[in-house]
Every structure is written in C-alpha cells, then in structure tokens.
Design a protein around this ligand. Sequence first.
Ligand SMILES: [Zn+2]
Ligand SMILES: [Zn+2]
Length: 300
Amino acid sequence: MKHGLAPEQIVGWQGVSLRVPPDWSVTGFQGDAKEGYLRIDSPGSLVAEVRWAQARKAVDVRKRLDAYLNLVERQAKKRKVTFTGRIKPSEDWEGALEFNYRADRKVRGFIRQCPQCRRVVIAQVSGDKDDAVVNVANQLLDTLQDHSEDGWWTWALLGLVVRLPERFALVKSQVMSGYLLLQFRSRYTEVSVERWGLADVTLKRWTLAEWALQATEWKRLKRQYTQGDVKQHPAVQLVGRRLAPTVWLRRKIERLVLRRPEEVRGVVWHCEPSNRIYSVRVERGAEELLGQIIDSVQCH
Ligand SMILES: [Zn+2]
Ligand SMILES: [Zn+2]
C-alpha cells in the first residue's frame, strides 16, 4: 500500500491544495475562502476531508480540536457507537496537533494554524477498519498547502487545473459529469472557466466555432472570432461586448472615466487527447490576464 499510492492528482480549492491518487475525486465542497470544507473520495472507502477557517489572531488549536472531537463523539453516542480518540503534538509542524480517533470509521488527521496566512486547517483521512488509514493520511496530508507562495491560487478538481490571482473569488460553480463551470469575480472583472466532455460527439454536429458561439455565453454578445491554435489544439478566439443599450451611458462612463476595459475576451479549444472542450472567458479584464489563465490550464 505504501508504495502503490501515487498521490499525483492535484486538488485545489479556495487556496487550499493537496495531492491525491489519480482515481480519487472531489465529491463535496462548501463555504468560501474565509471558512469552508472540501471532501475527496477514493474509489473505495477512504475519504480525505479538509476544513479551514481564517483567523486574524493566534488561535488556541487545542480548544478548536477539542470542540471538533466533542462533536464527533456526541454524534457517535447518538448512534450508539463507541468513540476512542487520542491527541498528540505533531512531529512535523510546530504548534500543530495530530489526532486519531475511531468511531464507525478510523480517522487520522491534524489541526494547525499557518503562521503566515493564519488559516486554521483541520485535515483528515478516514476509512473502514481494514483500510491503511494512517499510512494514507501520512502521505496525502503531507502534501497539504493552505496558501500559495506566488499569489495565484490553484483551482483543481476532477482533472481540471487552472490558476487565478487570489483576489478572484469563486462566485458560481457547476460540477456535472459532462460539464464543469467555475466562475470568479474580482471587482468588475469576471472570469469563467468551462469544460465539456465527449468532444467527439459534439464536434460531429458542430464545428468548434459554431459550437463556441451557440453553446456558451457568447451567443448573448456582439462578437467576432478568429481560428487558431492554443496549446497546440484547434482553437477559436473571441472578442465581444455586451449588447445592453440601457446601460450604454454607464458603460461609456466606465470606459472613459474609470478606464475599465469593456471587452469580453475568450478562447475555446478542443483538447483531443482528453476528448474535451475548454473555454476561458475574461470580461472587463486585462488582455494579459486571459493569456495567463489559459497558460495555467492543464487540459490533458
Ligand atoms: Zn498559510
Ligand atoms: Zn490538451
């Protein structure tokens, strides 16, 4: 088990990231950058979970951990399951605490507060009694990062990897088997990243350009497109602007007085090796930003 795990898939959400084996998948997320939760399931009974909360000051992690474990114990009692738990100082991380408990499942995790970003993180791996929980937890939780070093957050789930400056907040997400959407906003700039599966089926009916224009937000825009290559894949590059005559004056003020770019720019490309179509769209943002985001996407 120890050598076969290969935690090589990156999962990133709200500034937290870790590596898991390629066949694990994100099955749940809640909250935002301030406080949230992420769950990643193995194909079997192992589950990794991360909870985070921002804090301004130093937090008593022992108190937080006690509160968390008390809650787990109370829930176990309700189900008439015996709970046993153990807490000890972590050997790898100063000030962090390691915990192990057993109720209906075996759990190994830690709590720590990052001295740099002050985030408090509780991360754990749980499994059935026959799972190598401690071993798996040691390998996966070792890869956990609670902030980024370069100011760009990695957003990664279900094989989609994209990086954005950390000022961008996730405002909408849709996770379906054949479709993935992540939408972000920072002040007036909006970024959408989309991914569709079964590109071969789609592209039997439509050309990439036809499809980009009718299946995406572009159909609502006055736009132009050119065809080219992105990441050595066939691509359609689009530039457009919103058709909204009622906000004409506001737009003119924004453009002339506030000097905000008003264009929408985007690229839709067909990644053949993964049989997927990707789209990145930046609305009212710098042209450079679009290129940086596209560069960060790992499409296959
Ligand atoms: Zn940190
Ligand atoms: Zn690709």
